[in-house]
Design a protein around this ligand. Structure first.
Ligand SMILES: Nc1ncnc2c1ncn2[C@@H]1O[C@H](COP(=O)(O)OP(=O)(O)O)[C@@H](O)[C@H]1O
Ligand SMILES: [Mg+2]
Length: 224
């Protein structure tokens, strides 16, 4: 199998006043192409810290992080911006859609950033929009949609750039349990279609949808 993520010896510290907080302790993590992995841990265990590092939004203090074979820790900011746009499809608890833009404009965003025209982007997004059942809503604003629909828009936006991984942080945290289940079933389907998924959660029931679970406790990773 082919590794998308290969992390070894990752440590991360935060300076809090006089104290140094050890947020990630010697983390090693490998994710193969096509996996659906959940990272499960309680509040304060280091999940967001790890997500920020996986998503190339924050740097580590030690260790090596290969994403699709490229050493992330050696990259400069402009390279990291590009890697984020091309390799990672972010899905957040609160969707993080742009309120003043239509559903279509939100979904097209990763392609517009890459320099596609609006028309090209809309063509490239058409199949994803159909797959996620958003066809009727594309001219609406996010605020006119339910939470579940908004999360589907965010998932469509994450998918259209054909990223190496979908990286989801508590993707059902803002949804009622039925809608949350629908989103998780959608993840299962997207994984069956070949998408690699890394999902971060504090909820055992959510983690069960993944095929592999690793736990994080006090900044340390351990097998599920
Ligand atoms: N920017 C920061 N500055 C200082 N401490 C932080 C910062 N971000 C997180 N922490 C601390 O690092 C630990 C892990 O936090 P976090 O990664 O947010 O955990 P989780 O997402 O699992 O709740 C916590 O003790 C938290 O207080
Ligand atoms: Mg968090």
């Amino acid at each position: 199998m082919e590794s998308i993520i290969q992390m070894t010896g990752i440590n991360k510290y935060y300076q809090v006043g006089e104290e140094k907080l050890h947020a990630l302790r010697d983390v090693a993590l490998t994710v193969e192409r096509g996996e659906f992995l959940a990272i499960l841990g309680p509040s304060g265990s280091g999940k967001s810290t790890l997500m920020n590092i996986i998503g190339c939004m924050d740097s580590t203090d030690t260790g090596s992080y290969l994403l699709d074979g490229a050493e992330i820790n050696k990259m400069k900011d402009d390279q990291l911006t590009r890697v984020r746009n091309e390799k990672i499809g972010f899905i957040f608890q609160k969707y993080q859609l742009i309120p003043k833009y239509s559903v279509m404009q939100n979904i097209c965003m990763p392609l517009l950033i890459r320099g596609r025209s609006q028309r090209e982007a809309e063509e490239l997004c058409a199949e994803t929009i159909r797959l996620l059942g958003l066809g009727e809503r594309v001219r609406h604003k996010p605020s006119e949609l339910s939470g579940g629909q908004q999360q589907r828009v965010a998932i469509a936006r994450a998918l259209v750039g054909e990223p190496s991984i979908l990286l989801a942080d508590e993707p059902t945290g803002a949804l009622d349990s039925n809608t949350g289940r629908e989103v998780l079933e959608l993840f299962v389907k997207l994984n069956e279609l070949g998408n690699t998924i890394v999902m971060i959660t504090h909820d055992e029931k959510v983690a069960r949808y993944a095929h592999r679970v690793v736990r994080i406790v006090d900044g340390e990773l351990m097998a599920g």
